[in-house]
Write a protein that binds this ligand. Structure first.
Ligand SMILES: Nc1ncnc2c1ncn2[C@@H]1O[C@H](COP(=O)(O)OP(=O)(O)OP(=O)(O)O)[C@@H](O)[C@H]1O
Length: 269
């Protein structure tokens, strides 16, 4: 049971596109300094929820608080300051293909300082970039390479290094292990766990990978039909007692979720 104020508090979050309601009143607390995983079928709105928190999409209704401050109603300056606390590893790592690994990380380092302090000398920034690469287990030899020359797992590590460049205390991971082999998935999961246990970060991860969800998650929640229909310890994911969660986590064809509903969740009033 949570006693302290959550790092992120979401209440009544709603978002529709035309007559399609995707988020229909999300209520969720993301505890500080812990790892929360969100599961849910394709198209249920998991990424959309992240994009609403990140300020990339404006919700129709609801409250999103970071440390008790409502980011949707804060001044632009205050909202920007709160959102700068979040680092994001996108699903495809979202690296700039035409830039080297070093340039990608330098971009993150410069973005962090944008308009606030004078930029240090490039050599100093490069040292910082090498340090970030080392943190994600990459040597200086990858710095001159282009993202296309790296495996998917290495690209995710570079993406994480770039996300860490902003010294965020909140980290979002959108399907971090999708497309990776089991060993590389374990490596990426280890890096996510390190962010929480060693840096004290708050992590929020969307995943379809139940092994990963149980490995990295302290808490878990399932998004279905536009709402959070279950939350609990990640260790309960395979044994939640909720028929919808059970069908999903065990990948059963039969159950309350129909294939059509997975593609396009039915939203009740
Ligand atoms: N800007 C947008 N305009 C119109 N529809 C959108 C927009 N953003 C998201 N959607 C719709 O919202 C639904 C949820 O999308 P979202 O990417 O959040 O799903 P998801 O749960 O993350 O799925 P997946 O697990 O496949 O990544 C989809 O049907 C998508 O088409």
């Amino acid at each position: 049971m949570m006693t302290q104020q959550p790092c992120i508090r979401i209440r009544g979050l709603k978002k529709s596109f035309g007559n399609r309601t995707i988020l229909n009143g999300i209520d969720l607390d993301i505890p500080a300094g812990a790892s929360t995983v969100i599961i849910g079928g394709s198209g249920n709105g998991k990424s959309l929820m992240l994009r609403c928190i990140l300020g990339l999409i404006e919700p129709d209704e609801g409250i999103i608080e970071i440390d008790g401050e409502d980011i949707l109603r804060a001044s632009t300056k205050r909202r920007d300051a709160l959102l700068r606390r979040i680092g994001m590893l996108f699903q495809n790592a979202a690296l700039f293909d035409s830039m080297s690994v070093m340039e990608n990380i330098l971009f993150g380092l410069k973005a962090k300082r944008h308009g606030r302090t004078a930029l240090p000398h490039r050599t100093e920034l490069e040292q910082e970039a090498f340090h970030l690469l080392a943190q994600v287990g990459l040597g200086p030899n990858v710095a001159p390479l282009n993202p296309a020359e790296l495996s998917g797992g290495m690209q995710k590590r570079v993406g994480l290094a770039r996300a860490l460049a902003g010294q965020p205390d909140i980290l979002f991971f959108d399907e971090p292990t999708t497309g990776l082999d089991p060993i590389m998935s374990a490596v990426i999961d280890g890096l996510i766990s390190d962010c929480v246990t060693q840096r004290g970060s708050t992590a929020l991860t969307i995943t379809h990978d139940m092994t990963s969800a149980r490995r990295i998650g302290d808490h878990a929640a399932m998004l279905y039909g536009g709402k959070i229909i279950w939350q609990g310890p990640a260790s309960d994911l395979m044994n939640s007692g909720n028929p919808i969660v059970d069908q999903f986590t065990h990948g059963r064809r039969e159950g309350p979720i129909t294939t059509t509903m997975t593609d396009q969740p039915a939203i009740g009033g």
